[in-house]
Design a protein around this ligand. Structure first.
Ligand code: ADP
Ligand code: PHD
Length: 574
């Protein structure tokens, strides 16, 4: 431990003087004002001060004893609930947060502006690297091995990463090996004229492997000890569902053991690749589905029993709707895990659909923040929140949905019919989003993200199989180009939400083709035609969030309560 502390006190560039100055300043400041506040640290000492604070804590100087059982349990797993010498928070930065050298510097500064924290950092690939890798892979299938080196996407990826390294004054060798391996892989794809899902995952893994190496090197260069980890090497064990793998339970103890063990032996900020895992049967690299770094972060949060999970994005938190659909979208200050999960599942790109699960299981708050606007309060997601005033929280749009109307030919009884329909989907491994049933018919929508992997094997074939099977027991209508508009909110107030929503839709001449209210009690879904969907979301947003409707409802509620208590009194007096 003493050796580790010494290593932290003599950072590469700041040297002993910088660290000593930082320590002196920190002591003086603590005498004057108590514990350090993030924004008040003078720039030139910030790194040194942060290193010193970490060093002091690593040496056990700032351990606060807590006898609370949950904290003790968390410590056992490696975290400390903010009390002991372990790691305290996860900070996940998405691709847009680390898109360039300037952004990497900014994020390093942001991490160090919380000297009271001992973070695990999770990073996505830089900018649009994942998309570029996928396009490079698709092109490699048909471009011929000799032409791989000339692929625009490969040149872009090389320039982005090497350029970033040069601008940050780092050593190119940190990614050269990976870039060579990437080119070899693309040549392999070109030779085989085939891009399997398994290869696809190996291909996209280069993005996170490079961004984390660059960021760890940057922190080490500015004098803050950091250690890079590939998630697939430290216990992220998943199913072998390439491109959409699920985290397996064994991941939690394995990751806790590795990250906590390393931290205790030799404290250094862990910088972990988001999005990636290792298939438990195949041993090959897997990915957790697009946007999967959020899930990496919440998994680490639960594994280590950390105090908080922070996901830093390019927006001021979870917004009332997608800002690309409606620029007047505004931040939602509080959400429950259920609301956030529903929102993500029904298409809000801001969070990975599965990412709330570990946070909910570990009861660890998730904070969604803006790395471009640190002062914005963001969104705090917790197990429960005060719903008394809540009506509608957010509107989510999922487009390009396929809807099936299935009407029984009455060959089977009602129970048999429903069971048969769902067993067909189960057999074909296709997941269903929304369902509405009557005695002899079912309308349902299919989840396009689950069909994502089918793009390569032609989505159409898969649907043809479904229809062929269903037609043995029903008349089937396939309706494509539909959208699900999900109204996430307090479904205890569903009559109010539906009344308002249908008024708006009627005024806009929109015909709703299906309605479904989830058992989770936070979501009402409406299916409309794709061509009307965007305009519907805008109209609904303006009705619910922009015209004082919610505060009007509050007033109406007061009147209603007054009326109810008055009529109760009247009844009693009779
Ligand atoms: N309801 C919503 N709230 C916030 N952002 C949303 C919402 N719906 C869609 N988005 C989009 O999600 C983006 C952030 O998610 P993502 O790109 O995955 O972030 P990152 O890559 O930084 O993790 C925003 O830039 C915004 O365009
Ligand atoms: N890089 C991966 C994983 C990820 O989570 O990215 P982001 O955090 O930028 O959404 C993707 O693009 O899907």
């Amino acid at each position: 431990m003493a050796a580790a502390a010494a290593a932290l006190r003599t950072p590469a560039r700041l040297g002993l003087d910088g660290a000593a100055a930082g320590e002196q300043w920190l002591r003086k400041r603590q005498r004057q004002r108590g514990p350090p506040a993030p924004v008040a640290v003078p720039c030139r000492w910030k790194a040194a001060a942060a290193a010193v604070v970490r060093c002091q804590r690593a040496a056990g100087a700032a351990i606060v004893e807590k006898k609370d059982a949950s904290v003790a349990a968390a410590q056992e797993r490696g975290g400390d609930g903010g009390a002991g010498p372990g790691l305290t928070v996860v900070m996940k930065f998405g691709g847009s947060s680390v898109a360039s050298a300037e952004r990497m510097r900014e994020v390093a500064d942001l991490v160090l502006s919380f000297p009271e924290e001992r973070p695990v950092v999770v990073l996505s690939a830089m900018g649009k690297t994942t998309n570029k890798l996928l396009v490079a892979g698709e092109k490699a299938v048909s471009c011929g091995a000799a032409n791989v080196s000339e692929l625009d996407e490969l040149s872009f990826i090389k320039e982005l990463h090497l350029g970033t390294i040069d601008q940050l004054g780092l050593d190119r060798s940190i990614v050269c090996g990976l870039l060579d391996e990437l080119e070899q892989l693309l040549k392999g794809i070109a030779m085989m004229k085939e891009l399997t899902l398994r290869t696809r995952d190996y291909l996209v893994s280069f993005g996170e492997c490079m961004s984390t190496r660059i960021f760890a090197a940057l922190l080490n260069k500015i004098g803050v000890k950091a250690r890079q980890y590939d998630a697939f090497e430290i216990g992220f064990i998943t199913t072998d569902d390439f491109t959409n793998a699920d985290i397996l339970e064994a991941t939690y103890p394995a990751v806790a053991k590795r990250l906590h063990g390393d931290w205790i032996n030799d404290p250094a900020i862990p910088i972990v690749t988001g999005f990636l895992g290792k298939g438990w049967r195949s041993g090959a690299i897997t990915t957790l589905g697009r946007g999967g770094s959020d899930l990496t972060a919440t998994t680490i949060g639960k594994a280590l029993g950390l105090r908080e999970i922070q996901v830093w994005k390019d927006v001021d938190g979870v917004l009332t709707c997608d800002p690309n659909i409606h620029p007047k979208a505004k931040p939602v200050p509080y959400l429950t895990f259920d609301e956030a999960a529903e929102l993500a599942y029904f298409g809000a790109q801001v969070l990975h659909p599965q990412s709330m699960r570990p946070a909910r299981e570990g009861d660890i708050p998730v904070r969604v923040k803006n790395s471009y606007n640190r002062r914005a309060p963001g969104t705090l997601i917790t197990k429960a929140r005060d719903m008394s005033e809540s009506i509608l929280t957010s509107i989510v749009l999922k487009s390009n949905i396929t809807m099936l109307d299935i009407v029984s030919t009455r060959m089977l009884g009602q129970y048999g019919f429903l069971a048969k329909v769902f067993s067909i989907f189960e057999d074909l491994g296709i997941s269903v989003d929304c369902v509405a049933t009557s005695e002899v018919s079912i309308s349902l929508t299919l989840d396009p993200s689950k069909l994502w992997s089918c793009e390569l094997v032609q989505q159409k074939n898969e649907l043809d199989d479904v229809i062929e099977e269903l037609e043995k027991i029903a008349v089937v209508h396939l309706l494509q180009n539909r959208s699900i508009i999900s109204l996430i909110g307090n479904v205890q107030r569903s009559s109010l939400i539906l009344e308002k929503a249908f008024n708006v839709l009627r005024r806009n001449g929109v015909n709703v083709q299906m309605i479904s209210q989830g058992a989770s009690k936070v979501n009402i879904s409406l299916v409309v035609h794709d061509s009307e969907a965007k305009q519907c979301v805008q109209a609904l947003h303006s009705a619910f969030f922009e015209n004082g409707f919610l505060s009007e409802v509050d007033k109406m509620d007061v009147l209603h309560d007054d009326f109810a208590s008055h009529s109760n009194r009247t009844v009693h007096s009779h």
